[in-house]
Design a protein around this ligand. Structure first.
Ligand code: SG7
Ligand code: ZN
Length: 274
């Protein structure tokens, strides 16, 4: 294995930083935050501003025009964070695939809705260079009922089967991907992929979303290589995750695209509601 999460620090030293993500959430070590409860997390999304669904070779991602799609309140100091994109992490089989874990337990997937601080910065790129630049909403996925809103994406997987493929999406409401119960955990962390910027306020909902086994299986059919590529495992790609090569028939499929949890150190993990 020439790459994978354990090697990422060789090219991106920040991967060994002290504010890295994901982490394991130890539920008995969280601090209940009354300040945060006083200022609820609030969001408005414009479903029509969803632009396209892409396969970048390491996940599926929906790019969004952030205009009018705002996240604020809670740990965000009332700054307005605009949505940039959302994407997903998953495993090769059920029960693994999430980046964050809860009391050592992984979920079958994790949805990330990525936002940037438009009150302080001019662009996503600029925001990504500052400690209060980004906010990611995370929702754990567990196997159960088919998720209706997610199906708008899942059923398009055959159309983005190869790296570089993209399809237009007319309308999709990110709010419908969030759980009913707004209780969450929050801590200061980083991007979970290179370049690992330590600029993310993580907000993880306690209530997972239910997705069907079929929906996850559609994700697992995506490929890491483009239509014209012979070799499915491109060693130039620093995002190739561990174990993907060792999966037999699953060689070249996007699976296990999660970074394992890192030490939370002396960072505070606050909990709100629930
Ligand atoms: C996914 O997670 C992608 C990346 C994203 C990365 O691999 O969605 O984004 C792109 C443009 O492909 O990286 C800079 C960025 O947003 C890390 O995001 S995450 O920390 O929320 N997992
Ligand atoms: Zn992510």
């Amino acid at each position: 294995m020439k790459t994978g999460p354990k090697k990422w620090h060789e090219k991106f030293p920040l991967a060994n930083g002290i504010r890295q993500s994901p982490v394991n959430i130890i539920t008995s070590n969280t601090k209940t935050s009354n300040d945060l409860s006083m200022n609820p997390l609030r969001w408005t999304y414009v479903p029509e501003n969803t632009k396209c669904l892409v396969n970048p070779g390491y996940c599926w991602r929906v790019d969004v025009n952030g205009k009018g799609s705002e996240l604020t309140g809670g740990p965000l100091n009332n700054d307005i964070y605009l949505v940039e994109q959302f994407h997903c992490h998953w495993g090769c089989s059920d029960g693994r695939g999430s980046e964050h874990t809860v009391d050592g337990q992984a979920f079958s997937g994790e949805l990330h809705i990525v936002h940037w601080n438009s009150s302080k910065y001019k662009s996503f790129q600029e925001a990504a260079g500052h400690p209060d630049g980004l906010a990611v909403l995370g929702v754990f996925m567990k196997v159960g009922e088919r998720h209706e809103e997610l199906d708008q994406i899942a059923r398009l997987m055959p159309f983005i089967s190869h790296k570089g493929d993209r399809v237009t999406i007319k309308s999709l409401d990110p709010a419908k991907l969030l759980p009913k119960n707004r209780a969450y955990w929050t801590y200061e962390g980083s991007l979970t992929t290179p370049p690992f910027n330590e600029s993310v306020t993580w907000i993880l909902f306690k209530e997972p979303m239910e997705v069907s086994a079929e929906q996850l299986n559609l994700f697992r059919e995506l490929r890491v290589y483009d239509v014209n590529e012979e070799c499915p495992c491109d060693e130039r790609n620093w995002l190739v995750y561990d174990e993907v090569e060792e999966q037999g028939e699953k060689v070249g499929k996007i699976i296990n695209n999660f970074r394992p949890p890192l030490d939370i150190g002396n960072r505070e993990l606050r909990e709100v509601g629930g």
